[in-house]
Design a protein around this ligand. Sequence first.
Ligand SMILES: [Zn+2]
Length: 337
Amino acid sequence: MTVTGMSGKLRAIGQDVHAWLPPRHGWGLANCGLLVSRDTALWIDTPYDHQLARAFLAQSGAVLPEGVTVDRIVVTHPNGDHMWGAGVLPRAEIIASRQAREHLHFDPHPQQQHALVGAVDPTTPWGAYVVEHFGGYDWSTVRPVAVSTAFTEELELTVGAYPVHLSVLPSGHTQGDLFVHLPAQRVVFTGDTVFGSSPEQPGDHPVHWAGPLAQLISSCRRMLETGAETFVPGHGPVLDAAGLRGHIDYLEYVQERAHACHAAGLTAAEAARSVIDEGRHPELGLPERLLVTIGSEYRGIDGGGQPDMVATMQQVAALAWDLRTGEAPPAGRGGRP
Ligand SMILES: [Zn+2]
């Protein structure tokens, strides 16, 4: 896997607004946005590493007026796949919610993740999963990204004459989510509150680290209430309002199954397996991620705290191995890095 197979393409989705869309789905292949005016430009999120971010920057440069640079980056939530590319714009102001800034330390540090990819044993379920899904990125030169402007609730920016509304969302995908509404273009950038999928371009199962699903559902409804017509999800194809309503149906289905499995005494891993076995969304990739989303829903019911991200990912890798081979991971190779 190389950067050439992962680099996105810039697509105009409204007046002076573009979406940078990776060629396929998968862990870390995030959508980004570009809003252009005569004197300034704004990115919404960045790709996962500097190689991808440089590709996005070069394509952005091709549509910017002479002398205009990208001065600001809005980060929709504090995950590396939406902000670790910011190092290619060292002078840009980085804008995020205050909750995002406070929760940055729950994500692994880029150098930790770089070291992990080099250190895992690819013959174990854990190592195989890490190499397959994260081995194509290069974080060797990536340093942690500092948020320069943090806010609570709402922030209104202007880019040239265009208003940009930023709204902080309650805990859902992470504990620092926001969405970006461009009322002049009737466009919303949803961040990872929404994972896009369409019949022509199926995506992946969402992965929600915080929850609960009830809040993700109400956040999706709030985005619909803006009257926007175009919704750029954090990953997957661009949606219209009907596509976003379809995503709400998915979230309600997982919510209902998670609560039923919890009441029946199943573990989160067993519940994920049972939802996968129901086969309601065979078109979506990465079904093992249901374990994370259902685990977050369980913590909401049981009153638990923060998930252990690495331990959770090891369970995800074991479930992926199980789904692929039909067997439990080999004894004694259960996947410690
Ligand atoms: Zn993401």
